[in-house]
Each structure stands twice: as structure tokens, then as C-alpha cells.
Design a protein around this ligand. Structure first.
Ligand code: GUN
Ligand code: ZN
Length: 470
């Protein structure tokens, strides 16, 4: 792939952003900063946030304070109606499954894996094919405002390393996981032994660290696919590796009822629940991302909370492959950190915004199923945007760096534009029409329910422009 390690280097210019900035202050609260300025230094770090200041005033006061010259500072102004919003964090997706988005028929997890997923993943040992798929998935997710992605690749080492290189060269922040599986899969798509699985995992970790030693943009993540696909010795080795390296872990948990029964039959001696199986092998750490968590018992959720492991809520996937409805309010009430995952291609869409609105709708189905109609279990627009940004940042362990617009955080941001029906020369209409009477809260609700990549005009990661809608 050539030496592309330089891609971790930050942009050379200081930048001053001006306009409306919106981000989560708390789970239920968005903060709106209008006519504001945010200064981002050449390292991509936010160094000043000034509310209520027009651009000329910001230039006259902030630049001298920061010792920045007028000529060397790039100015980026949001047009009226546009707003800067933290980039989305997709806490669970399979880069390798992108070609299958929308293809699942009426399958459920275990037959879906065999019919659709394992054959596709295996085919990505062809590097030209992997290059095509991974380049596309990165472009696609960036265009939907995903600035950080927790990726599963495949079992193949060169293809996984290629995904890491492509994230670096495209500027997307990512966690890169080589999938570990030494059982359950077809013979043509399995690690040969626990030892081989461990060795290949270490090769991928070393590769990522050689490209980005400080893990500024890409981070290796230990990835046991899920308990049914990992032998006890393999999980034990991976738990040990997590402890030795203090690296994050990602896996699936309690997604589907047949899967849960399979775990109980495969691991009769490793605890009395799915969560306890992972715990037995040291895989429930504060840096573990558990995808789905649809059918957790009270006791399992307590254990997850006790271990401070995190949950990736994947509502599009849970509906598409008929897994169930994860009770997000219940998880949050327990004090478990939750983020959103697209879970492509169990999920049909690469968009975290789609996952956010689906999270809203699933929470309403939970209300209806429980025969309740009160607000309590319903997730609001503000709450799902929190999960998509701040919540996701906590899930990937980067809450000090990303997910909000504060001094000291990195500029991982999208510029969002909605269509003003009175604008004659609107460049691109998109799917969200604004009539002019809407409050900002209403504009945000319209975006969440009807927005898509047409509204994502520009995307930056660490201050570097990584996507621009033409
Ligand atoms: N469980 C094990 N592997 C997978 C996968 O690829 N997708 C989903 N949704 N669940 C899984
Ligand atoms: Zn998944």
C-alpha cells in the first residue's frame, strides 16, 4: 500500500468556523449556539468557542488572542439555516458486509450468517475485491456523517490491514477488528486453531500500531465474532490479550433467541448466561462493545453494568433480521452506556441517522407492546442524537476527544443543510423542506425523521475535510 502513515498528520492550517453550532449537552438536551465562532488549530483541536459573535468581531478578537495570522487562518462559514453538528459514531458495523445491504430476505441470524454473510466475507480474501468494498464503505459512511466507525473486517489478515490503511488515507477515525472465529463457520471460512486465530489477531494489531503508533486515527480492536463462533480456548486467549494490551474488544451478545440457546448448549460450564460466558473468559471489560443486547436478563444487564462494558444498539438490524426490540431505556436506567450501530448488513442502511430514527420508532413499539403509551420508554429526538454522538463516544472510549463541541475536543464535525423552500437557487433540495416558521428544535426533528446524506454538506475529522458534497 506504500507509506501512507503520513495521513495521520493533521491539517496544516488553523481554521475559524462561524455560524450555528448544535451538540448534546446531556441525554435529553441539545445546546444551540447561534452566531458563534469556533477556532480549531492545525492539530484539529478546538481551542476556542465564542457564542454570540459575528465573524468580523471573532476575527478581530479571537485571532490575536490565539496568535493566529489573518492570512493563514481558513474561514468556514455556515450559510443561514445550516449548522455544524458533531460527526456520528457508528459503534458497530461490518465493513465487509456492505455489498449485502438490503439483502436478507426473511432470514434470521443463524441462517442469515450461513446464507448471506459467510460467503461474502470469505470472498474478500481477494484484495482487489476488498479494496473496492472497503473504499466504498468508507466513502459512503463519511458521506452520511460517520466520522468514527467501529469496524469488523473479515478473518483475513491482509484484507483487514487494507481496511486500516484505507481508513487512514481517507481520514476516517476507526476501530479495526479482524474477525476471530474457529468454529461454527463453514470449513472455508474459519481460523484453523485458537493459536492461529490469536497469531493473526496480533498481526493485525501490530499493523495498525505500525501505521498509527499513537492511535490518533485508527485503533486495533480485539474481535471475537460471538461466542458460538469461538471455542473456549480461543476466548480465553483473547481475554488474556485484552488484559495484556488494554485494547478494546467488540463482539455480539444476546441478539437472537436461537443464538442464546446455542450458547447455553455450547458452554454449559462457562457460567449460566451468555454474559457470564464472556465474563468467564475475561471479555467483559470497560472497553468491551457488546452489539445488540436484545434479550439480556436483569442479571446479565447488572453484570454488564458492573463490568462497565458498553452496548451498541442496532435497531435497523434488530428489526430487519427479526431479532427483537432492545430496551434502551431499561439499559440507560441501569447506568449502561449505549451508542448506536448500523450493523451493516444485518442492518440495511449505512446511515447512523437512519439508526437514530429507527431507535425512536422501536422505543415506541416497546411502549405499545407493553400496553403503555406514556412517555417514559419513548426515546426523543434529543436522546437518539445523544446516542449517535456523545453516547457513541463513550462506547468507543473517546468521550474526552469526540462527540461534542468543546475546547480540548477534536473537530470531528458535519455541516448540515436543510432545504429552504423559499431559496430559488438551492443547490440540492434533499428530503427535508423548511418553510421558515420552524423553531430550531423543529428543524432538528425534521432532519432526524427525513434527513439523509443530501443534508450532510461537509465532514471533517481531526480538522481535516474528508467529505464534501458536490
Ligand atoms: N453475530 C455473529 N456474527 C454476526 C454478524 O455478522 N452480524 C450480526 N448482526 N450478528 C452476528
Ligand atoms: Zn454485527
Amino acid at each position: 500500500m506504500g507509506d501512507i502513515g503520513f495521513e495521520t498528520k493533521p491539517p496544516a492550517k488553523n481554521k475559524l468556523f462561524h455560524g450555528t453550532f448544535i451538540h448534546s449537552k446531556a441525554l435529553t438536551e441539545l445546546e444551540y449556539l447561534h452566531n458563534a465562532a469556533v477556532a480549531v488549530d492545525s492539530l484539529g483541536t478546538i481551542v476556542a468557542v465564542s457564542p454570540d459573535t459575528d465573524l468580523t468581531k471573532a476575527q478581530a478578537t479571537l485571532l490575536p488572542q490565539l496568535n493566529w495570522s489573518f492570512d493563514d487562518t481558513e474561514i468556514v462559514v455556515a450559510k443561514p439555516g445550516q449548522f455544524f453538528f458533531p460527526g456520528f459514531i457508528d459503534t458497530h458495523l461490518h465493513a465487509s458486509q456492505y455489498p449485502n445491504v438490503g439483502l436478507f430476505g426473511s432470514s434470521t441470524l443463524l441462517d442469515w450468517l450461513n446464507t448471506y454473510t459467510f460467503p461474502l466475507e470469505a470472498s474478500l480474501s481477494s484484495l482487489p475485491k476488498a479494496q473496492k468494498v472497503y473504499s466504498r464503505v468508507i466513502r459512503k459512511t463519511l458521506s452520511h456523517g460517520t466520522t468514527t466507525a467501529a469496524y469488523y473486517a473479515t478473518i483475513d489478515v491482509p484484507a483487514t490491514n487494507l481496511l486500516a490503511d484505507l481508513c487512514l488515507s481517507s481520514g476516517q477515525r476507526a476501530l479495526i477488528g479482524r474477525v476471530c472465529m474457529d468454529q461454527l463457520g463453514p470449513a472455508y471460512y474459519l481460523d484453523e486453531s485458537p493459536a492461529e486465530s490469536l497469531a493473526k489477531t496480533k498481526q493485525c494489531i501490530e499493523h495498525v500500531l505500525s501505521r498509527d503508533p499513537q492511535m490518533e486515527l485508527i485503533t486495533p480492536i480485539i474481535t471475537p465474532r460471538f461466542a458460538p463462533a469461538c471455542s473456549a480456548p480461543l476466548m480465553k486467549e483473547l481475554g488474556r490479550l485484552a488484559k495484556e494490551t488494554d485494547l478494546p474488544v467488540q463482539t455480539h451478545i444476546s441478539e437472537n433467541k436461537n443464538e442464546i440457546a446455542l450458547v447455553a448448549s455450547l458452554f454449559p460450564d462457562a457460567g449460566s448466561s451468555y454474559a457470564e460466558v464472556y465474563d468467564t473468559f475475561g471479555l467483559l471489560t470497560p472497553k468491551t462493545i457488546l452489539a445488540h443486547a436484545v434479550h439480556l436478563t436483569e442479571k446479565e444487564a447488572d453484570l454488564v453494568r458492573e463490568r462497565r462494558s458498553k452496548v451498541s444498539h442496532c435497531p435497523c438490524s434488530n428489526s430487519a433480521i427479526t431479532s427483537g426490540a432492545a430496551r434502551v431505556r431499561w439499559l440507560l436506567d441501569k447506568g449502561i452506556e449505549v451508542g448506536l450501530g448500523t450493523d451493516m448488513s444485518g442492518g440495511y442502511s449505512p446511515s447512523v441517522l437512519e439508526a437514530a430514527r429507527h431507535a425512536v420508532l422501536v422505543s415506541r413499539h416497546i411502549c405499545m407492546d407493553e400496553g403503555r403509551s406514556e412517555e417514559r420508554d419513548k426515546l426523543s429526538v434529543e436522546e437518539v442524537l445523544y446516542l449517535a454522538t456523545r453516547g457513541g463516544a463513550k462506547v468507543v472510549g473517546m468521550e474526552e476527544k469526540i462527540g461534542g463541541l468543546e475546547v480540548g475536543m477534536e473537530w470531528d464535525v458535519q455541516l448540515v443543510g436543510l432545504h429552504d423552500v423559499d431559496e430559488e437557487d438551492a443547490e440540492e433540495e434533499g428530503n427535508v423542506d423548511v418553510f421558515g416558521w420552524e423553531s430550531w428544535e423543529e428543524k432538528i426533528a425534521k432532519w432526524v425523521y427525513n434527513g439523509d446524506d443530501r443534508n450532510t454538506k461537509k465532514v471533517w475529522v481531526r480538522g481535516r475535510l474528508v467529505h464534501e458534497r458536490k
